[in-house]
Ligand binder design. Structure first.
Ligand code: NAD
Length: 339
Protein backbone atom coordinates (compact mmCIF):
# COMPACT_ATOMS: atom_id res chain seq x y z
CA UNK A 1 0.00 0.00 0.00
CA UNK A 2 2.79 2.43 0.87
CA UNK A 3 4.51 1.64 -2.44
CA UNK A 4 1.32 2.57 -4.28
CA UNK A 5 0.96 5.76 -2.21
CA UNK A 6 4.54 6.76 -2.99
CA UNK A 7 4.19 6.04 -6.70
CA UNK A 8 1.15 8.37 -6.96
CA UNK A 9 2.54 10.81 -4.36
CA UNK A 10 -0.59 10.39 -2.25
CA UNK A 11 -0.59 12.16 1.14
CA UNK A 12 -3.10 10.04 3.10
CA UNK A 13 -5.21 6.92 2.80
CA UNK A 14 -8.18 6.26 5.10
CA UNK A 15 -10.04 2.96 5.43
CA UNK A 16 -13.48 2.91 7.05
CA UNK A 17 -15.84 0.12 8.13
CA UNK A 18 -19.28 0.34 9.76
CA UNK A 19 -20.80 -2.90 10.95
CA UNK A 20 -24.41 -1.71 11.25
CA UNK A 21 -24.71 -0.51 7.63
CA UNK A 22 -22.11 -2.87 6.10
CA UNK A 23 -20.05 0.09 4.88
CA UNK A 24 -16.52 -0.56 3.63
CA UNK A 25 -14.93 2.56 2.17
CA UNK A 26 -11.61 4.09 1.14
CA UNK A 27 -10.78 7.78 1.01
CA UNK A 28 -7.51 8.75 -0.69
CA UNK A 29 -6.20 12.28 -0.26
CA UNK A 30 -3.57 13.16 -2.83
CA UNK A 31 -2.87 16.71 -1.72
CA UNK A 32 -4.29 19.46 0.47
CA UNK A 33 -1.58 21.96 -0.41
CA UNK A 34 -3.92 24.23 -2.41
CA UNK A 35 -6.98 23.63 -0.18
CA UNK A 36 -9.24 20.83 1.11
CA UNK A 37 -9.24 17.74 -1.10
CA UNK A 38 -12.35 17.59 -3.28
CA UNK A 39 -13.35 14.61 -5.38
CA UNK A 40 -16.21 12.27 -6.16
CA UNK A 41 -17.35 9.14 -4.37
CA UNK A 42 -17.60 5.95 -6.45
CA UNK A 43 -19.95 3.15 -5.43
CA UNK A 44 -19.10 -0.02 -7.31
CA UNK A 45 -18.09 -3.64 -6.80
CA UNK A 46 -14.39 -4.50 -6.40
CA UNK A 47 -12.91 -8.00 -6.45
CA UNK A 48 -10.52 -7.10 -3.62
CA UNK A 49 -9.69 -4.19 -1.30
CA UNK A 50 -6.43 -3.75 -3.21
CA UNK A 51 -8.24 -2.79 -6.44
CA UNK A 52 -10.48 -0.35 -4.51
CA UNK A 53 -7.40 1.30 -2.99
CA UNK A 54 -5.67 1.40 -6.41
CA UNK A 55 -8.70 3.13 -7.94
CA UNK A 56 -9.01 5.71 -5.14
CA UNK A 57 -5.29 6.53 -5.15
CA UNK A 58 -5.04 6.91 -8.95
CA UNK A 59 -8.20 8.99 -9.19
CA UNK A 60 -7.22 11.25 -6.25
CA UNK A 61 -4.04 12.27 -8.06
CA UNK A 62 -6.03 13.15 -11.18
CA UNK A 63 -8.29 15.40 -9.09
CA UNK A 64 -5.30 17.36 -7.76
CA UNK A 65 -4.04 17.98 -11.30
CA UNK A 66 -7.52 18.93 -12.50
CA UNK A 67 -8.11 21.40 -9.65
CA UNK A 68 -4.64 22.94 -10.04
CA UNK A 69 -5.08 23.65 -13.76
CA UNK A 70 -8.65 24.88 -13.25
CA UNK A 71 -7.21 27.53 -10.91
CA UNK A 72 -9.09 26.23 -7.86
CA UNK A 73 -7.85 26.57 -4.29
CA UNK A 74 -8.67 22.93 -3.81
CA UNK A 75 -6.72 19.73 -3.37
CA UNK A 76 -7.45 16.33 -4.88
CA UNK A 77 -9.10 13.34 -3.24
CA UNK A 78 -11.34 10.44 -4.14
CA UNK A 79 -13.58 8.05 -2.23
CA UNK A 80 -14.63 4.54 -3.06
CA UNK A 81 -17.42 2.62 -1.33
CA UNK A 82 -17.30 -1.10 -2.05
CA UNK A 83 -20.62 -2.22 -3.50
CA UNK A 84 -21.90 -5.56 -2.19
CA UNK A 85 -24.38 -7.74 -4.12
CA UNK A 86 -27.08 -6.75 -1.64
CA UNK A 87 -27.52 -3.74 0.63
CA UNK A 88 -30.37 -3.59 3.18
CA UNK A 89 -30.55 0.16 3.55
CA UNK A 90 -28.79 2.39 1.02
CA UNK A 91 -29.62 5.58 2.94
CA UNK A 92 -28.02 4.16 6.13
CA UNK A 93 -24.90 3.21 4.15
CA UNK A 94 -24.42 6.76 2.84
CA UNK A 95 -25.23 8.30 6.23
CA UNK A 96 -22.51 6.12 7.74
CA UNK A 97 -20.18 7.33 5.03
CA UNK A 98 -21.14 10.92 5.91
CA UNK A 99 -19.92 10.28 9.47
CA UNK A 100 -16.59 9.02 8.08
CA UNK A 101 -16.19 12.23 6.08
CA UNK A 102 -17.10 14.31 9.15
CA UNK A 103 -14.33 12.57 11.12
CA UNK A 104 -11.79 14.07 8.66
CA UNK A 105 -12.91 17.57 9.76
CA UNK A 106 -13.01 19.14 6.31
CA UNK A 107 -9.83 17.65 4.86
CA UNK A 108 -11.97 15.88 2.25
CA UNK A 109 -15.15 17.11 0.51
CA UNK A 110 -17.16 14.55 -1.45
CA UNK A 111 -19.29 14.71 -4.61
CA UNK A 112 -21.24 12.51 -7.02
CA UNK A 113 -19.29 10.00 -9.16
CA UNK A 114 -19.91 6.64 -10.89
CA UNK A 115 -22.62 4.71 -9.06
CA UNK A 116 -23.69 7.53 -6.74
CA UNK A 117 -26.54 10.03 -7.10
CA UNK A 118 -27.53 13.47 -5.84
CA UNK A 119 -29.93 11.66 -3.46
CA UNK A 120 -26.99 9.71 -1.97
CA UNK A 121 -25.25 13.06 -1.39
CA UNK A 122 -28.39 14.24 0.44
CA UNK A 123 -28.00 11.25 2.83
CA UNK A 124 -24.34 12.18 3.40
CA UNK A 125 -25.37 15.80 4.01
CA UNK A 126 -27.48 14.67 7.02
CA UNK A 127 -24.17 13.83 8.76
CA UNK A 128 -21.66 16.36 7.42
CA UNK A 129 -21.45 19.69 5.61
CA UNK A 130 -18.40 18.53 3.65
CA UNK A 131 -20.44 17.36 0.67
CA UNK A 132 -21.35 18.91 -2.70
CA UNK A 133 -23.66 17.94 -5.58
CA UNK A 134 -26.71 17.34 -3.40
CA UNK A 135 -30.13 17.52 -5.11
CA UNK A 136 -30.24 21.19 -4.17
CA UNK A 137 -26.83 21.92 -5.75
CA UNK A 138 -27.75 20.31 -9.09
CA UNK A 139 -26.11 18.18 -11.77
CA UNK A 140 -22.53 19.07 -12.82
CA UNK A 141 -22.81 17.32 -16.24
CA UNK A 142 -24.22 20.30 -18.22
CA UNK A 143 -21.32 22.40 -16.86
CA UNK A 144 -18.82 19.75 -17.89
CA UNK A 145 -20.37 19.89 -21.37
CA UNK A 146 -19.95 23.69 -21.47
CA UNK A 147 -16.24 23.29 -20.63
CA UNK A 148 -15.84 20.66 -23.36
CA UNK A 149 -17.52 23.04 -25.82
CA UNK A 150 -14.96 25.74 -24.90
CA UNK A 151 -12.22 23.13 -25.41
CA UNK A 152 -13.55 22.08 -28.82
CA UNK A 153 -13.56 25.77 -29.83
CA UNK A 154 -9.92 26.02 -28.75
CA UNK A 155 -9.00 22.87 -30.71
CA UNK A 156 -10.80 24.22 -33.81
CA UNK A 157 -8.89 27.54 -33.53
CA UNK A 158 -5.58 25.72 -33.18
CA UNK A 159 -5.98 22.94 -35.74
CA UNK A 160 -8.64 24.16 -38.20
CA UNK A 161 -7.86 27.89 -37.98
CA UNK A 162 -11.58 28.52 -37.38
CA UNK A 163 -13.09 30.83 -34.79
CA UNK A 164 -16.62 29.55 -35.44
CA UNK A 165 -17.77 25.95 -35.08
CA UNK A 166 -20.35 26.35 -37.83
CA UNK A 167 -19.94 23.50 -40.32
CA UNK A 168 -17.33 21.67 -38.22
CA UNK A 169 -17.96 17.92 -37.90
CA UNK A 170 -17.74 16.36 -34.40
CA UNK A 171 -18.07 12.66 -33.51
CA UNK A 172 -19.50 12.26 -29.98
CA UNK A 173 -18.81 8.83 -28.44
CA UNK A 174 -21.30 8.29 -25.60
CA UNK A 175 -24.60 10.14 -25.25
CA UNK A 176 -24.87 10.07 -21.45
CA UNK A 177 -25.30 13.04 -19.14
CA UNK A 178 -22.34 14.95 -20.59
CA UNK A 179 -22.37 13.63 -24.19
CA UNK A 180 -26.04 14.39 -24.76
CA UNK A 181 -25.73 17.92 -23.31
CA UNK A 182 -22.63 18.47 -25.46
CA UNK A 183 -24.41 17.26 -28.62
CA UNK A 184 -27.20 19.72 -27.85
CA UNK A 185 -24.74 22.63 -27.49
CA UNK A 186 -22.88 21.63 -30.67
CA UNK A 187 -26.03 21.37 -32.78
CA UNK A 188 -27.01 24.87 -31.59
CA UNK A 189 -23.62 26.13 -32.90
CA UNK A 190 -24.24 24.69 -36.38
CA UNK A 191 -21.92 21.71 -35.88
CA UNK A 192 -22.55 18.54 -37.87
CA UNK A 193 -22.78 16.01 -35.01
CA UNK A 194 -22.16 12.29 -35.51
CA UNK A 195 -22.93 10.16 -32.45
CA UNK A 196 -22.79 6.64 -31.06
CA UNK A 197 -23.77 4.96 -27.80
CA UNK A 198 -23.92 1.35 -26.65
CA UNK A 199 -27.53 2.14 -25.67
CA UNK A 200 -29.54 2.33 -28.92
CA UNK A 201 -32.36 4.19 -27.10
CA UNK A 202 -30.04 7.14 -26.38
CA UNK A 203 -28.98 7.29 -30.02
CA UNK A 204 -32.61 7.22 -31.20
CA UNK A 205 -33.47 10.07 -28.84
CA UNK A 206 -30.53 12.21 -30.08
CA UNK A 207 -31.46 11.52 -33.72
CA UNK A 208 -35.12 12.43 -33.12
CA UNK A 209 -34.59 15.41 -30.80
CA UNK A 210 -31.32 16.90 -32.04
CA UNK A 211 -30.95 15.62 -35.59
CA UNK A 212 -27.52 14.02 -35.00
CA UNK A 213 -26.23 11.41 -37.48
CA UNK A 214 -26.04 7.91 -35.91
CA UNK A 215 -22.81 5.94 -36.31
CA UNK A 216 -22.39 2.19 -35.69
CA UNK A 217 -20.27 1.35 -32.62
CA UNK A 218 -17.61 -0.41 -34.72
CA UNK A 219 -17.27 2.59 -37.08
CA UNK A 220 -16.75 5.26 -34.40
CA UNK A 221 -12.97 5.66 -34.73
CA UNK A 222 -12.73 5.40 -38.52
CA UNK A 223 -15.56 7.85 -39.27
CA UNK A 224 -14.04 10.98 -40.84
CA UNK A 225 -14.61 14.06 -38.66
CA UNK A 226 -12.79 17.22 -37.53
CA UNK A 227 -13.01 16.48 -33.79
CA UNK A 228 -13.41 13.12 -32.06
CA UNK A 229 -15.06 13.64 -28.66
CA UNK A 230 -14.83 10.67 -26.24
CA UNK A 231 -17.67 11.10 -23.71
CA UNK A 232 -18.20 7.46 -22.69
CA UNK A 233 -15.72 5.42 -20.68
CA UNK A 234 -12.02 6.07 -20.13
CA UNK A 235 -9.15 4.06 -21.64
CA UNK A 236 -10.52 4.24 -25.20
CA UNK A 237 -7.40 5.73 -26.82
CA UNK A 238 -5.15 2.70 -27.36
CA UNK A 239 -2.82 2.07 -30.29
CA UNK A 240 -5.52 0.32 -32.32
CA UNK A 241 -8.12 3.11 -31.90
CA UNK A 242 -5.56 5.86 -32.52
CA UNK A 243 -4.46 4.09 -35.71
CA UNK A 244 -8.05 4.19 -37.01
CA UNK A 245 -8.82 7.84 -36.16
CA UNK A 246 -9.52 10.15 -39.11
CA UNK A 247 -9.78 13.47 -37.29
CA UNK A 248 -7.73 16.60 -36.63
CA UNK A 249 -8.30 16.70 -32.86
CA UNK A 250 -9.50 14.68 -29.86
CA UNK A 251 -11.47 16.73 -27.33
CA UNK A 252 -13.97 15.07 -25.00
CA UNK A 253 -15.14 14.64 -21.42
CA UNK A 254 -14.12 11.08 -20.54
CA UNK A 255 -11.64 10.68 -17.68
CA UNK A 256 -8.35 8.87 -18.35
CA UNK A 257 -8.89 8.72 -22.13
CA UNK A 258 -5.29 7.68 -22.89
CA UNK A 259 -4.63 4.01 -22.17
CA UNK A 260 -1.00 4.88 -21.26
CA UNK A 261 1.60 7.64 -21.67
CA UNK A 262 2.64 6.31 -25.11
CA UNK A 263 -0.84 7.06 -26.46
CA UNK A 264 -0.15 10.83 -26.20
CA UNK A 265 2.96 10.41 -28.38
CA UNK A 266 1.07 8.20 -30.85
CA UNK A 267 -1.56 10.94 -31.29
CA UNK A 268 1.21 13.51 -31.75
CA UNK A 269 2.97 11.32 -34.31
CA UNK A 270 -0.27 11.07 -36.29
CA UNK A 271 -0.66 14.88 -36.18
CA UNK A 272 -3.83 14.65 -34.06
CA UNK A 273 -4.20 17.41 -31.47
CA UNK A 274 -5.13 16.07 -28.02
CA UNK A 275 -6.95 18.20 -25.44
CA UNK A 276 -5.75 16.73 -22.09
CA UNK A 277 -8.81 15.14 -20.43
CA UNK A 278 -8.43 16.62 -16.97
CA UNK A 279 -8.13 20.12 -18.44
CA UNK A 280 -11.08 20.00 -20.86
CA UNK A 281 -13.45 18.14 -18.48
CA UNK A 282 -12.97 20.43 -15.46
CA UNK A 283 -16.30 22.28 -15.94
CA UNK A 284 -18.17 19.98 -13.54
CA UNK A 285 -15.48 20.30 -10.86
CA UNK A 286 -15.49 24.10 -11.24
CA UNK A 287 -19.26 24.06 -10.88
CA UNK A 288 -19.36 21.91 -7.72
CA UNK A 289 -16.35 23.60 -6.07
CA UNK A 290 -17.51 27.16 -6.72
CA UNK A 291 -21.18 26.45 -5.93
CA UNK A 292 -19.99 24.97 -2.62
CA UNK A 293 -18.12 28.21 -1.94
CA UNK A 294 -21.25 30.24 -2.77
CA UNK A 295 -19.87 31.95 -5.93
CA UNK A 296 -22.48 33.60 -8.17
CA UNK A 297 -23.52 31.68 -11.31
CA UNK A 298 -22.12 34.36 -13.65
CA UNK A 299 -18.59 33.98 -12.16
CA UNK A 300 -18.82 30.21 -12.46
CA UNK A 301 -19.81 30.41 -16.15
CA UNK A 302 -16.81 32.68 -16.85
CA UNK A 303 -14.41 30.32 -15.05
CA UNK A 304 -15.73 27.37 -17.08
CA UNK A 305 -15.30 29.31 -20.32
CA UNK A 306 -11.63 29.95 -19.35
CA UNK A 307 -10.97 26.27 -20.03
CA UNK A 308 -10.67 27.39 -23.68
CA UNK A 309 -7.88 29.89 -23.00
CA UNK A 310 -6.08 27.40 -20.73
CA UNK A 311 -6.06 24.96 -23.64
CA UNK A 312 -4.94 27.72 -26.08
CA UNK A 313 -1.87 28.21 -23.88
CA UNK A 314 -1.17 24.44 -23.57
CA UNK A 315 -1.46 23.98 -27.36
CA UNK A 316 0.80 27.00 -27.95
CA UNK A 317 3.50 25.67 -25.63
CA UNK A 318 3.18 22.20 -27.11
CA UNK A 319 3.97 23.57 -30.58
CA UNK A 320 6.79 25.81 -29.28
CA UNK A 321 8.51 22.95 -27.40
CA UNK A 322 7.65 20.03 -29.70
CA UNK A 323 6.13 18.10 -26.77
CA UNK A 324 2.63 16.61 -26.51
CA UNK A 325 -0.16 18.70 -24.91
CA UNK A 326 -0.49 15.94 -22.26
CA UNK A 327 3.17 16.43 -21.23
CA UNK A 328 2.76 20.22 -21.10
CA UNK A 329 -0.43 19.95 -18.99
CA UNK A 330 1.22 17.56 -16.49
CA UNK A 331 4.19 19.88 -16.17
CA UNK A 332 1.99 22.97 -15.65
CA UNK A 333 -0.03 21.15 -12.97
CA UNK A 334 3.13 19.92 -11.21
CA UNK A 335 4.58 23.45 -11.22
CA UNK A 336 1.46 24.65 -9.39
CA UNK A 337 1.33 21.67 -7.02
CA UNK A 338 4.98 21.28 -6.09
CA UNK A 339 6.75 24.63 -6.65
P1 NAD B 1 -22.88 8.60 -18.24
O1 NAD B 1 -22.72 7.30 -17.57
O2 NAD B 1 -24.09 9.42 -18.03
O3 NAD B 1 -22.72 8.43 -19.83
C1 NAD B 1 -21.79 7.62 -20.46
C2 NAD B 1 -22.44 7.16 -21.76
O4 NAD B 1 -21.46 6.53 -22.57
C3 NAD B 1 -23.55 6.16 -21.54
O5 NAD B 1 -24.70 6.56 -22.28
C4 NAD B 1 -22.99 4.84 -22.07
O6 NAD B 1 -23.97 4.00 -22.62
C5 NAD B 1 -22.03 5.37 -23.14
N1 NAD B 1 -20.92 4.49 -23.48
C6 NAD B 1 -20.11 3.79 -22.64
N2 NAD B 1 -19.16 3.15 -23.34
C7 NAD B 1 -19.38 3.44 -24.66
C8 NAD B 1 -18.76 3.06 -25.86
N3 NAD B 1 -17.70 2.23 -25.88
N4 NAD B 1 -19.24 3.54 -27.02
C9 NAD B 1 -20.31 4.38 -27.02
N5 NAD B 1 -20.96 4.76 -25.90
C10 NAD B 1 -20.49 4.30 -24.74
O7 NAD B 1 -21.55 9.43 -17.84
P2 NAD B 1 -21.33 11.00 -17.95
O8 NAD B 1 -21.63 11.63 -16.65
O9 NAD B 1 -21.97 11.50 -19.19
O10 NAD B 1 -19.74 11.05 -18.12
C11 NAD B 1 -19.14 10.70 -19.35
C12 NAD B 1 -17.63 10.65 -19.18
O11 NAD B 1 -17.16 11.94 -18.76
C13 NAD B 1 -17.15 9.67 -18.09
O12 NAD B 1 -15.90 9.14 -18.48
C14 NAD B 1 -16.96 10.55 -16.87
O13 NAD B 1 -16.01 10.01 -15.98
C15 NAD B 1 -16.46 11.82 -17.51
N6 NAD B 1 -16.74 13.02 -16.70
C16 NAD B 1 -18.02 13.33 -16.37
C17 NAD B 1 -18.26 14.48 -15.63
C18 NAD B 1 -19.67 14.88 -15.25
O14 NAD B 1 -19.87 16.04 -14.86
N7 NAD B 1 -20.65 13.97 -15.34
C19 NAD B 1 -17.19 15.32 -15.26
C20 NAD B 1 -15.90 14.99 -15.66
C21 NAD B 1 -15.68 13.83 -16.39
Amino acid sequence: MFTRMHSENVQALHLFADQASGLEAVIAIHSTRLGPALGGCRYQPYAAIDSAVADAVRLARGMSYKAALAGLEQGGGKAVIIRKPHVDNRAALFEAFGRCIESLRGGYITAVDSGTSNEDMDCIARETRFVTSTTQAGDPAPHTALGVLAGIRSAARERLGQSSLNGVRVMVQGLGNVGYALAQLLVAEGVEVLAADIDPGKVRLAVDELGVFPVALDAVYESPCDVFSPCGLGGVLNADAIGQLRCAAVAGSANNQLVDADAADLLDARGILYAPDYVINAGGLLYVALTYKGEPASNIAGRIDNIGSRLDSIFGQSVAEGRSPATIADRQAEEILYS
